[in-house]
Write a protein that binds this ligand. Structure first.
Ligand SMILES: NC(=O)c1ccc[n+]([C@@H]2O[C@H](COP(=O)([O-])OP(=O)(O)OC[C@H]3O[C@@H](n4cnc5c(N)ncnc54)[C@H](OP(=O)(O)O)[C@@H]3O)[C@@H](O)[C@H]2O)c1
Length: 334
């Protein structure tokens, strides 16, 4: 009997240790990793779908387009820089069986709300429907609140919030008409965590989270239409170079340290798993950011203590002209 109890205890301990090792190695929340292992694979979901990706000219959006092209999705590519979108289109066609007509380039500035109707009409005229809208265009911020012009806070809301919800409002009626569609929005960990040097960015992503979490409930009467909010932590892209600094006409510009960030390809794959499984909210991040997300969700008092400590270090780094996060998370040896 004693031996049996000992055996059971050993099994429990082994199981517990395996789960801890899994958590240490995790690069996304546990529901997303579960869906990646046991849920629908993106391979079974996107062939022939019409997927509109905003912010397709670089970073996460660009990586997403290449993976969708390989899965056989037909694509709409949007951002401001048409030449960059044409480059992405060319590569999408090269790496997949897609033809010229399967990839539509629709360049516009997301803050130009008056362009959204014509752009949506153009997509519907070309493909006849929109199956998935990936709201990915966005800009970040690296500046202290007190040194930052109000215009920067306005611009961040215009791009990340108003532009995103306006395009969604134009696309939704087409999905409702077909009784089918996925709205996938790339929010951020800063959509629910406060981050120094990004007060305006965090505010805009909190707004995005609040909007889409409410919209999801309103759309409950259309079971074929789903709303997924995706919250990445640091991902390799041009986000820091393109971030607003103190003034609205100023970009950070400096090349940021990418060594501690998740590759955009891995982030894109996890975005596709989220969309394939219609998950409401997912977190995509390596540790320690992932651990911080869990603290924010389940132990806010500890979370405040940790983010307070890390936050002060970020501010010190920023003031001394370094990448805000690099000194303590960098994987570079030099
Ligand atoms: N990288 C990260 O660490 C990270 C973490 C969390 C969340 N995110 C979110 O992920 C999304 C993609 O960012 P990323 O990391 O891939 O950065 P990125 O490389 O800078 O890409 C941003 C994309 O947004 C487009 N864009 C910017 N302003 C626009 C505007 N006014 N109108 C239309 N398109 C515009 C850019 O294209 P054009 O310049 O051609 O317009 C570009 O394609 C953003 O929403 C960002 O907030 C990123």
């Amino acid at each position: 009997m004693d031996l049996l109890i000992l055996l059971m205890l050993c099994c429990c301990l082994a199981y517990f240790l395996i789960q801890i090792i899994r958590f240490i190695k995790a690069d996304a929340d546990l529901t997303l990793l579960w869906a990646e292992r046991f849920g629908h694979s993106p391979e079974s979901k996107f062939r022939g779908s019409v997927v509109w990706v905003t912010g397709a000219s670089s970073g996460i959006g660009e990586a997403l387009c290449y993976q969708l092209a390989k899965l056989g999705a037909r694509l709409v590519l949007t951002s401001r820089r048409e030449a960059e979108l044409q480059r992405v289109k060319k590569k999408c066609i090269e790496i997949s069986g897609l033809e010229n007509n399967d990839v539509l380039v629709v360049p516009f500035d997301l803050t130009n709300i008056s362009a959204h109707k014509a752009a949506t009409d153009k997509v519907v005229e070309h493909f006849g429907r929109i199956d998935v809208l990936v709201n990915n265009s966005g800009r970040s911020q690296r500046s202290l609140c007190l040194d930052t012009d109000l215009d920067v806070f306005r611009e961040l809301m215009e791009i990340n919030y108003f532009g995103t919800i306006s395009l969604t409002k134009h696309v939704l009626p087409h999905m409702i008409q077909k009784k089918k569609g996925k709205i996938v929005t790339i929010s951020s960990v800063t959509g629910f965590v406060g981050v120094p040097l990004s007060s305006g960015y965090a505010a805009s992503k909190h707004a995005v989270q609040g909007f889409f979490n409410s919209l999801r409930i309103e759309l409950g009467c259309y079971p074929g239409i789903t709303v997924s909010n995706i919250c990445p932590g640091p991902v390799q892209s041009n986000i820091v170079e393109n971030a607003f600094a103190e003034h609205a006409n100023q970009k950070v510009g400096a090349t940021a340290d990418q060594s501690y960030k998740m590759p955009a390809e891995r982030c894109a794959r996890l975005i596709l798993v989220t969309a394939a499984n219609d998950l409401n909210e997912t977190w995509i991040s390596d540790h320690p950011y992932l651990l911080i997300c869990y603290f924010w969700q389940y132990a806010p008092t500890w979370a405040w203590w940790i983010t307070g400590k890390i936050g002060q270090k970020r501010i010190q780094n920023f003031k001394s002209g370094m990448d805000a996060d690099s000194s303590y998370f960098s994987k570079k040896t030099s």
